[in-house]
Design a protein around this ligand. Structure first.
Ligand SMILES: *[C@@H]1O[C@H](CO)[C@@H](O)[C@H](O)[C@H]1NC(C)=O
Ligand SMILES: *[C@@H]1O[C@H](CO)[C@@H](O)[C@H](O)[C@H]1NC(C)=O
Ligand SMILES: *[C@@H]1O[C@H](CO)[C@@H](O)[C@H](O)[C@H]1NC(C)=O
Ligand SMILES: *[C@@H]1O[C@H](CO)[C@@H](O)[C@H](O)[C@H]1NC(C)=O
Ligand SMILES: *[C@@H]1O[C@H](CO)[C@@H](O)[C@H](O)[C@H]1NC(C)=O
Ligand SMILES: *[C@@H]1O[C@H](CO)[C@@H](O)[C@H](O)[C@H]1NC(C)=O
Length: 312
């Protein structure tokens, strides 16, 4: 099914961990574009945030190149601005982070409508974000420079600190001050990554989506940014390690795409699983582009969306 719909498989260079036929470039953005995060719509389209351009894009992964309806700019947020996390809070209603402010993006109508949310968090750097409850009221947001996780109640207009301990703390091990980064809620747990610590954690949530006790460490020694969680594994985007690592819940891990000297998923930044029947076994990966020094420069190949067939 996947192959007949998606016939264009990428030619690979460098070290490989998986057969080329499992990987396909979906869409590449212009030089200098760093894709930061990803959310998949219920119609199957992919939303990606661009870090420095403050743009939100929508890409149809089944046919990304045929006309403007397939790949389009959803919204240009105020510039200069930084777009980071994105999460769906209700069908076709998303919240994204624009330079530490929360914005609501309503995709229910024919024209996208974006509005700021009136909650000011005393944040350092809001980065990863996910919805914690079915009603879409509660968000978890990683703050990568304060080294903690915020819990935001959109309905009440309030926020509090969800986790602030050694598992979320910052360090300078990667050359910059950075702590907790990627974050996802799944199956009653909150999963998160501490990038400089190269660790993946999870903590059980109570009914009001508060952390129950201390987080458990699931994996160590894996550099990661954001990630996707499925019922069988966590798929970590490996940033400048240029890989996707699959971590089982028993802690065993293996590289399932890319390699240190490979460009196939170079600077992978996040991942999400497809939501339609056609692509529910496909992991969509965002990358920052083919550069080790990802600034808003223009002279390096831009970030892309890559499809990895998981073979579930
Ligand atoms: C935003 O919230 C503040 C504090 O709760 C309130 O004073 C203000 O009126 C709100 N602004 C808007 C536009 O709702
Ligand atoms: C987070 O915890 C650290 C260490 O205990 C503390 O210094 C810091 O003030 C806390 N941050 C906030 C915003 O409460
Ligand atoms: C962990 O689970 C994976 C399957 O997800 C399995 O292949 C592996 O053998 C398990 N490792 C251990 C140490 O139990
Ligand atoms: C990557 O390339 C460098 C420089 O060419 C080389 O030293 C290194 O062994 C390569 N690493 C892998 C995993 O192939
Ligand atoms: C990147 O863009 C920002 C905002 O436009 C600008 O202040 C900064 O100098 C740029 N950095 C580089 C390296 O071009
Ligand atoms: C994009 O970057 C690549 C690699 O550095 C370069 O070869 C190419 O000419 C650039 N393209 C544009 C349009 O600047």
């Amino acid at each position: 099914m996947f192959c007949s719909l998606l016939p264009f498989f990428v030619y690979l260079t460098g070290t490989l961990a998986v057969p080329a036929s499992h990987l396909r470039d979906v869409y590449r953005f212009p030089n200098g574009t760093w894709l930061e995060n990803i959310a998949v719509r219920s119609n199957g389209n992919i939303l990606v945030t661009t870090l420095h351009l403050a743009q939100l894009w929508e890409v149809n992964p089944f046919n990304p190149a045929t006309g403007s309806r397939q790949t389009q700019l959803v919204h240009q947020f105020p510039k200069p601005g930084m777009l980071t996390g994105i999460t769906e809070i209700d069908q076709d209603i998303f919240v994204t982070i624009v330079s530490n402010s929360l914005w609501m993006v309503d995709l229910r109508g024919t024209v996208p409508v974006a509005n700021p949310i009136n909650i000011t968090i005393p944040a350092g750097t809001l980065n990863g974000m996910d919805t914690l409850d079915d009603s879409g009221k509660l968000l978890a947001i990683s703050d990568s420079s304060l080294g903690l996780i915020w819990r935001v109640d959109l309905e009440a207009g309030t926020y509090d600190i969800m986790i602030n301990d050694t598992t979320t703390a910052t360090s300078t091990a990667l050359g910059i001050t950075l702590g907790v980064n990627g974050i996802r809620a799944f199956g009653g747990y909150l999963y998160y990554v501490n990038s400089p610590e190269k660790s993946l954690y999870r903590v059980r949530l109570d009914r009001s989506a508060r952390a129950l006790g201390r987080a458990e460490n699931i994996a160590r020694g894996v550099l990661a940014d954001d990630f996707a969680v499925t019922s069988s594994a966590v798929y970590l985007a490996g940033l400048t390690d240029n890989v996707i690592t699959r971590v089982s819940f028993n802690g065993s891990s293996s590289v399932v795409a890319g390699g240190k000297n490979s460009t196939v998923v170079m600077t992978s930044s996040s991942a999400a699983v497809g939501r339609t029947r056609r692509d529910q076994d496909v992991l969509y990966i965002t990358t920052g582009g083919e550069t080790q020094t990802p600034v808003n420069n223009t002279d390096h190949r831009g970030g892309k969306i890559v499809a990895l067939k998981l073979g579930l």
